[in-house]
Design a protein around this ligand. Structure first.
Ligand code: ITT
Length: 197
């Protein structure tokens, strides 16, 4: 029998990836796009972990159903780790993503290849009636010199994962869903879940 789980997000890019990555697993997944009128949450934690735990705990408290949340972002070495935990609010929550990406490209103009390192981080938090657990995934790579491709979402058109020379925006979605920060965190979650739940 399929196990019901709620993904505590309205981000369509994340929802698509969660569903794909967990598609061969025995979950019946719903998201906040399927549940109307839930009050939002202030993501004011200082870490991905704080925010992920806050989001999954909040939705578990409201629904009483097992819940997973994802807090994620891009850390760029050349920008001292920015945008990091503020990735979705960087340069304004309603600024179009392509403008944010262009801003980063221009701030990094002239940065040499060995100074362009970056990593995507994802912390998945699980909450049910008797526990809270977190799982982290990291995907290392570098920032490209222009935006390329339209696959994925967010900063994908400017991020080139290690061992590739195309951005996540250009790479096939199946490749991203195999090697990404989100795939790694969800694999850890799943391995724990099957042993413990
Ligand atoms: P929820 O809180 O509802 O899950 P959100 O978009 O606000 O949605 P976050 O606070 O975790 O999510 O912000 C993460 C941001 O980091 C996201 O909006 C993207 O801009 C970026 N990001 C995270 N994972 C990414 C990925 O796989 N590819 C590209 N950008 C990503």
């Amino acid at each position: 029998m399929k196990r019901k789980i709620i993904i505590a997000t309205k981000n369509k890019g994340k929802i698509k990836e969660f569903k794909k990555i967990l598609s061969d697993k025995e979950f019946e997944i719903s998201s906040l796009l399927d549940i109307s009128d839930l009050p939002g949450i202030n993501e004011d934690g200082n870490s991905f972990e704080d925010n992920a735990v806050k989001k999954s705990g909040h939705i578990f408290d409201l629904t009483g159903k097992p819940c997973i949340a994802d807090d994620s972002g891009l850390e760029i070495d050349y920008l001292d780790g920015a945008p990091g935990v503020k990735s979705s609010r960087y340069y304004g929550i309603s600024t179009p993503q392509s403008v944010k990406n262009e801003k980063i490209i221009s701030m990094m103009k002239g940065a040499k290849e060995n100074k362009r390192g970056a990593q995507f981080i994802c912390v998945v938090a699980f909450t049910d009636n008797n526990e809270k657990k977190t799982f982290e995934g990291v995907c290392k790579g570098r920032i490209s010199d222009k935006q390329k491709g339209s696959n994925g979402f967010g900063y994908d058109p400017i991020f080139i994962p290690e061992e590739f020379d195309k951005t996540f925006g250009e790479l096939d979605e199946d490749v991203k869903n195999r090697i990404s920060h989100r795939a790694k965190a969800l694999r850890k979650f799943y391995n724990w879940f099957v042993k413990n739940k």
